[in-house]
Design a protein around this ligand. Structure first.
Ligand code: OAD
Length: 255
């Protein structure tokens, strides 16, 4: 169910599903941070992939070919992220986490805004742009010098790269396992601000649905998931999530 108007009154059955839930999984994508001023990837005109080619900037091959270009691009994105703040959507997810029995937050975002909004346990599916790691496998320690691009590992001198998952790379096994375990036991799954075009993240939503979870999408646009959703909350997450949390609070207060 869904309409073109941004929702004000939520279906009672949706609120009931949240009240009765034992375990909610929330999976967010870059749209969740759009209202903080961080560009998404695939939105026409404003998305990063409308201006840059992922194969030049977000693959291991691109880094091997032109490490300075890739490092500088990530440094530009780090600067951008460090000037932003969580928006009401992030804050509402943190409030929802406290309101329900169990909530697992999986994010495809690398910006750390969920943590800054108050979610301290976040499954960062694609890593974190603020962290770096040695390309030779040393754990992230000191970086040698601060002017070189890319920086070098203090231990072995190898290049230091952002601790994010690039195209063609696998999700770290422990991260994937944690996400799958949550999806297997959840009874409600939210897909928020994601175009659901990148695997394996997008597949988590359908897996949850196959396991019987109620699937809810929050997005101003349709996605490949939309037709499979039980509830479609059309609009920006920074506007919809605070209203949803406040509706849930009212119901919980009267229960
Ligand atoms: P996309 O850019 O593919 O999709 C962003 C989604 O957010 C779209 O469906 C928009 O309609 C929606 N959106 C835009 N503004 C919104 C708002 N205010 N509230 C809610 N939704 C909004 O971003 P992702 O799905 O996150 O991967 O992309 C997935 C992965 O592809 C990223 O993690 C990144 C990228 O390449 C890596 O870096 C590995």
């Amino acid at each position: 169910m869904g309409s073109d108007r941004e929702i004000d009154v939520f279906p009672p059955a949706l609120i009931d599903a949240l009240v009765d839930s034992r375990h909610i999984v929330v999976m967010t994508g870059s749209g969740t941070s759009a209202e903080s001023g961080i560009p998404t990837f695939r939105d026409a005109q404003t998305g990063l992939w409308a201006k840059y080619r992922p194969e030049d900037l977000a693959t291991p091959e691109a880094f091997a070919r032109n490490p300075q270009l890739v490092s500088d691009w990530y440094e530009w994105r780090r600067q951008l992220v460090s000037k932003t703040d969580p928006n009401p959507g992030h804050t509402a997810i943190a409030a929802l986490t406290k309101l329900v029995k169990q909530l697992t937050l999986i994010t495809q975002n690398v910006d750390g805004l969920h943590q800054r909004a108050g979610n301290d346990d976040v499954i960062e599916f694609h890593g974190n742009i603020m962290l770096s790691r040695c390309t030779d496998g040393h754990p992230a320690t000191g970086i040698q010098g601060d002017t070189e691009s890319p920086p070098r590992c203090e231990q072995c001198g190898a290049m230091i790269r952002p601790a994010v998952v690039w195209f063609g790379e696998s999700i770290p096994a422990a991260v994937l396992q944690r996400a799958l375990a949550a999806v297997e036991t959840c009874d409600v799954f939210f897909a928020i601000g994601t175009s659901a075009q990148v695997q394996p993240a997008a597949g988590l939503a359908l897996l949850a649905k196959q396991n019987g979870a109620t699937l809810i999408e929050i997005n101003p646009a349709e996605t490949p998931l939309t037709d499979d959703c039980d509830y479609i909350l059309k609009g920006p997450s920074g506007a919809i999530l605070p209203k949803l949390v406040s509706a849930l609070k009212q119901t919980s207060d009267h229960a």
